[in-house]
Write a protein that binds this ligand. Structure first.
Ligand SMILES: Cc1cc2nc3c(=O)[nH]c(=O)nc-3n(C[C@H](O)[C@H](O)[C@H](O)COP(=O)(O)OP(=O)(O)OC[C@H]3O[C@@H](n4cnc5c(N)ncnc54)[C@H](O)[C@@H]3O)c2cc1C
Length: 377
């Protein structure tokens, strides 16, 4: 498949296998196995990897459009796909050699599913802080982490886990470890019965793993976060939320058309949804292009860049919820219903997770600090 065909294929899958199972995946809060299998069958789990490493070679703007297309069928599947792409991009950017490079090649080639465990009990979403530490014993190492939220961790083939470099390291001296789930003991702590994004299957997990030293990524964790993890997460998550909101807006338009003249003049909310979406699309496109430049090394992840990708996350996560609410107002009871072609209930419930995925309050606090020191445009 050529990267330029990928968005169309995602749209087809969204209308087909994703949409077919979305309601059941949501109702049962179960992993969307059929959808992820279909993505794998089309080579889409390796989308972010370059062609010479066995991937699709999709650039960041293409990945964002793919996320949007998938979200129209099933938000949880789209979010799983987006989070997995971020892990692939981190692994590829990690300057791995030897056995780690071979393991990364295997992840791409076999389209193994990789989950992320950065959140931690007592720390929440403070990405650049860890309590858990890697403990070394000769050639072996181990970690024991209580992560608060790990999407599809139980279903994943591997986990990218953040931890302190060693027991004596300060909280911000971190590394990322590629843990093979076959070598780990995963204990699900508590249940998973959230409002939305139920198919991401993201319970708290205690991760106990033994591994060889080469599984510790050599790239400094802070660098990986600034260059890859944060910007790509914000762009691809935003792609998902934009897709959910656009789908809700389309359902509102379709509902208004179906009511015809009997429903009176169209609601002003239709126009409101369009201007909000147009703004988000422009902001998303600009941030995706800029993130592509940072990923390729053509640009540096400056403070101003970090502020812009954080601002993207804040803007999309808030405006997409507003679009979902407007769609609900327009569709009335048909939108409030969990069933029917004009239901926006699941879309809205999924969207309500957006302000929490790296809590907006946390990002606002960081953003205000960054705004004081950012000097460029
Ligand atoms: C659908 C979904 C999937 C997820 N998947 C994953 C995953 O796969 N892997 C993973 O590691 N995590 C995942 N997360 C976790 C997520 O991204 C956050 O890191 C985590 O939810 C943080 O939890 P919290 O908001 O309860 O904690 P916190 O971030 O600690 O926030 C709790 C409260 O404290 C406040 N607060 C804390 N610190 C500050 C501060 N400095 N300034 C201002 N306010 C502050 C916040 O406003 C908030 O009200 C997922 C979350 C969601 C919703």
């Amino acid at each position: 498949m050529r990267p330029q065909d990928a968005t169309g294929i995602c749209a087809e899958l969204a209308r087909g296998v994703l949409a077919r199972h979305a309601a059941e995946v949501d109702r049962d809060a179960r992993f969307p196995k059929e959808a992820v299998d279909a993505l794998r069958a089309h080579g889409l789990l390796a989308a972010a990897a370059p062609a010479e490493r066995g991937g699709l070679g999709a650039d960041v703007p293409t990945l964002a459009r793919m996320a949007t297309a998938l979200a129209r069928g099933c938000g949880a599947t789209a979010m799983i796909w987006a989070m997995h792409q971020v892990q692939i991009a981190c692994l590829l950017a990690a300057n791995a050699g030897g056995e780690l490079a071979e393991a990364v090649t295997r992840v791409v080639h076999d389209q193994l599913l990789v989950a992320s465990a950065t959140s931690e009990a007592g720390i929440g979403g403070a990405l650049r802080t860890s309590a858990c530490a890697v403990e070394r014993e000769g050639a072996a190492a181990r970690l024991d982490k209580r992560a608060t939220t790990v999407s599809y961790g139980v279903e994943a083939d591997a986990l990218l886990v953040s931890a302190r470099r060693g027991p004596g390291s300060p909280p911000a001296d971190q590394v990322a470890v590629l843990v093979d789930t076959a070598d780990a003991h995963l204990e699900v702590l508590g249940g998973w019965n959230p409002l939305g994004m139920r198919g991401t299957c993201s319970p708290a997990l205690r991760i106990r793993a033994g591994f060889e030293h080469w599984r510790i990524l050599p790239a400094p964790f802070g660098d990986l976060v600034a260059r890859v993890m944060t910007p790509l997460s914000h762009v691809l998550w935003s792609g998902v939320w934009y897709g959910l909101a656009a789908e809700a807006a389309d359902r509102a338009v379709s509902h208004t058309r179906a009511r015809g003249d009997a429903g009176g003049p169209p609601s002003g909310s239709l126009a409101e949804m369009r201007w909000r979406l147009a703004g988000l699309e422009a902001q998303l496109g600009a941030a995706a292009a800029e993130t592509q430049d940072v990923l390729t090394g053509a640009a540096e992840p400056t403070v101003a860049f970090t502020l812009r990708v954080n601002s993207l996350k804040l803007a999309v996560s808030q405006n997409a919820v507003d679009v979902g609410l407007a769609a609900m107002r327009v569709c009335g009871m048909a939108g409030y219903s969990e069933e029917g072609s004009h239901s926006v209930a699941r879309l809205l419930r999924d969207l309500l997770s957006a302000p929490l995925m790296i809590n907006n309050e946390r990002l606002v606090a960081i953003g205000s600090q960054l705004a004081l020191v950012a000097r460029e445009r």
